[in-house]
Design a protein around this ligand. Sequence first.
Ligand code: DX5
Ligand code: ZN
Length: 224
Amino acid sequence: MSVRIAPSILAADFARLGEQVLSAISGGAGLIHIDVMDGHFVPNITMGPLVVAAVKRVTALPLDVHLMITDPDRYLDAFARAGATTITVHVEAAPDLRKTLTRIRELGIRAGAAINPDTPVHTLSGVVDVLDHVIVMSVHPGFGGQAFIPGSLDKIRAVRDLVAGAGHGVDIEVDGGVDLTNAAVVAQAGASILVAGVSVFGTPDPAIATQTLLKAAQAGAASA
Ligand code: DX5
Ligand code: ZN
């Protein structure tokens, strides 16, 4: 499976958002990661459907919407209308995960589930048939710029094994602290999408940063 980089606009300069997104795209970004935080599920507040719609106006790339919110069911329609390609909810915030994933699919959107660092992979085992996308959190969600938790590599491998029998393609995304020191091993472990916030938008040239990360990830995937 080919590997893609998903720059996270959480680390972008919001006063120049369109320009920053286009820069990452020129470096080979495969999708744009949008972190939605509600100040309740996580202790930070970020952006909502308006920002998804704004990014949609500047690119046709897939929009990868990561909902770090309580009661995600209430907002699925709004993010669908805004132009999300994938909507990922947290298993810790979705009391009926199967129902939520099924609803996302009914909206014509790829359905994702995210697991926090302390959440075991087996929480996904009963929903593999309705899952298009998994996010393995490699930091505790809430803020960009945190250090990658090394144990995440084993979780990526476990998710890879879990979805291998799904009978349909399931993207495995790793989110948090991805940079040039770990992009290759993350891809080698089985991640097909690498989220990158500070390691793209915290650099002077998001295009070059994206391109460099992509090359490292491709080398890692090739050695798997
Ligand atoms: C963290 C977010 C991440 C974050 C990643 O809660 O879900 O997507 O933006 O940022 P970096 O790559 O800077 O760790
Ligand atoms: Zn995220």
